[in-house]
Design a protein around this ligand. Sequence first.
Ligand code: GDP
Ligand code: MG
Length: 242
Amino acid sequence: MQLDFTSRELTIKLVYYGPALSGKTTNLQSLHRFADDQARGRLMTLETRDDRTLFFDLLPLRFKGEGDLSLRLKLFTVPGQVIHASTRRLVLQGADGIAFIGDSQIAETQNNASAFLDLKENLKANGLQMREIPLVIQFNKRDLPNVRTDEELAQLAARGREPVFSAVATQGQGVLETFMALLHLTWASLDAVHDLRSKFKIDPKAFLNEVLAGMHSTATIDEMLNRSLGGNFEARRKEQPG
Ligand SMILES: Nc1nc2c(ncn2[C@@H]2O[C@H](COP(=O)(O)OP(=O)(O)O)[C@@H](O)[C@H]2O)c(=O)[nH]1
Ligand SMILES: [Mg+2]
């Protein structure tokens, strides 16, 4: 995170992590399509001919909030293939929040697990525990045959502490939900450390709703969070403390 009080600018780094071909780049492309011209910067992707991320993708977004706060988001993807381990670690540096994009296909279960472990290890290498960083999980490609069942995903969601969303990124389904939940968690985490609320005199809910408007969505942040598997994860957490 970077904070500039003079220009009232807050820059947050979000990283889309996951195995190769799970749909990380597609998530960013979809977000780019959702975003208002005012909000979106140029989506930079660098891909090989076989459609794989060579280094990383970057989508810059910018939102103006009440009291003139300018929120800048830098959304990165990592290259999923095993050989790009050092690039992933580099991209992960300074991340304020992470969206883990998993592939729902049963055949990809092992690749998801390896990528999740890889994330854990790379965080550790950067001096972070997984539970210290805001994390949202997306199970993408729900439109394909031979995917893990909704029940299975719901069980996974109930077992872990991270919010889980299902998605069809190619159709934009679940993409905004994942992004907004990540932004919500990241904001809450930064607020706890840096006291953004009183420094910027900002109501986080109102601000997140402005971000949603900038993404051409008529839904509220609460409606978005409610779409996580098992319902609103914040509400659930409050009901079952510890
Ligand atoms: N059927 C289906 N294909 C998807 C979905 N999301 C991504 N894809 C496809 O999966 C391939 C890999 O996606 P990409 O975003 O490049 O994966 P990345 O390696 O994680 O960046 C591409 O051909 C996408 O069109 C989805 O929800 N459903
Ligand atoms: Mg990619």
